[in-house]
Design a protein around this ligand. Structure first.
Ligand SMILES: Cc1ncc(COP(=O)(O)O)c(C=O)c1O
Length: 378
């Protein structure tokens, strides 16, 4: 059987990883500034994470949501404490798309409406509801197309004000757009969205799947704006590689048995991974590190030739180049052994572990500087 060929891939195969580094089949070492797409939050193979998962696997790996699973409660308690959302509830699922799908359902159950406002360049996942609120026609199959969704320009307060009315079920915003190019939702835009949702009885959903879990330097990037969303979705960094997602739910939502559900969501292994991640973020002060190392990297990058703009917060960084990013990324990977991500044609996206050290940042800056300076001399 062949694999269904939907991913354009690099031929490099990482087979071992530690901290911010991975090694390929030939033993070559790579600096990982991509974090497996914002997933590796506390670093590869962190000893506490490995111990927690191994220990849990030796006890019990899975049982269904028809029984008490204390690990879910421990995870919720620790997440509430570290994120500052202690009075919210947690629904556990398996991925970012699923988290958004459940958030949409909760919003719609709550106010009985179905129209959703999403934004230009938004990415919310590939399941039916999540892809319908994603601004990319090429991945919306006819079966997923709907006229319930209205796309507005990102960060446009006037457009949002004009579009809001009592038929709107939910407004969904990425605190920092990832796939769309590392665009930060402005503080006043988020505050305006909060105010308009309150006025019209709509549900404000903050998709924090990519920008959450400490990546921005705060637990959730919207906390820079001082707003509290009604629903917050999370995944990626939540499990440091183990599939887990969640919805943080404001106390005004009433849970009813059977309204949401999943077979695998909140299983023992996923919870053990999620707890280990929260332990390490707290113990090692990784939010502060993301803020500091991210600010350092961003500042240094701004002065390099060929860099048009540096966007983002903490360790979610978009480097917009004057020329297409592909050649530079390939040079970084194949000549300097550094993994990076991309957003569109011109933007390099950095999503490293939150434990990235300044010396690793310097290694990247040196390699980046060498490539772009050599280019300008030609
Ligand atoms: C902001 C955002 N939301 C949702 C998703 C979907 O997450 P998943 O791939 O885990 O379904 C992604 C994935 O990249 C994302 O960046």
């Amino acid at each position: 059987m062949n694999l269904f060929d939907v991913y354009p891939i690099y031929t490099i195969e990482p087979v071992r990883a530690q901290g911010s580094y991975v090694w390929d089949t030939e033993g070559n070492k790579y600096l990982d500034l991509y974090g497996g797409h914002a997933v590796i939050s506390i670093g590869h193979a962190h000893p506490h994470y490995v111990a927690k998962l191994t220990d849990q696997l030796n006890k019990i790996g899975f049982y269904s949501n028809s029984v008490k699973i204390s690990l879910q409660e421990e995870l919720a308690q620790k997440l509430g404490e570290l994120s500052g959302y202690e009075n919210y509830s947690l629904f556990l699922c398996n991925s970012g798309a699923e988290a958004n799908e459940n958030a949409l359902k909760l919003a719609s159950f709550h106010n009985g409406r179905k129209k959703v406002i999403a934004f230009s360049k938004a990415f919310h996942g590939r399941t039916a509801g999540a892809v319908a609120i994603t601004d990319n026609k090429t991945i919306i199959a006819p079966v997923n197309a709907t006229d319930h969704v209205q796309f507005l320009p990102f960060n446009d307060e006037a457009a949002l004000e004009q579009a809001m009315n009592e038929e709107i079920c939910a407004v969904i915003i990425e605190g920092i757009q990832g796939v769309g190019g590392v665009n930060v939702a402005s503080e006043s835009f988020l505050q305006k969205a909060r105010q308009l949702c309150d006025t019209y009885g709509a549900v404000l959903i903050l998709d924090s799947v990519q920008c959450g879990y400490g990546r921005s330097g705060k637990f959730f990037s919207h906390q820079y704006a001082g707003i509290d969303p009604d629903l917050i979705t999370t995944a990626k960094g939540m499990g440091n590689g183990f599939p887990i997602g969640g919805v943080l739910i404001h106390p005004k939502f009433k849970a009813v048995h059977g309204m949401l559900g999943t077979t695998f969501g909140g299983n023992h292994l996923a919870c053990a991974a999620g707890i280990a991640v929260l332990d390490v973020i707290k113990e090692e002060n990784l939010m502060a590190n993301a803020k500091q190392t991210g600010a350092y990297l961003s500042e240094q990058l701004k002065s390099l030739p060929g860099v048009k703009e540096v966007r983002g917060r903490g360790l979610m960084i978009g480097i917009e180049l004057e020329e297409p990013a592909d050649t530079l990324r390939k040079k970084l990977l194949f000549e300097h052994h550094i993994f990076t991500g991309a957003s569109g044609k011109y933007t390099i996206r950095l999503l490293p572990s939150l434990a990235l050290k300044q010396e690793d940042a310097d290694l990247f800056l040196e390699s980046f500087g060498k490539i772009v300076s050599a280019k300008t001399l030609v």
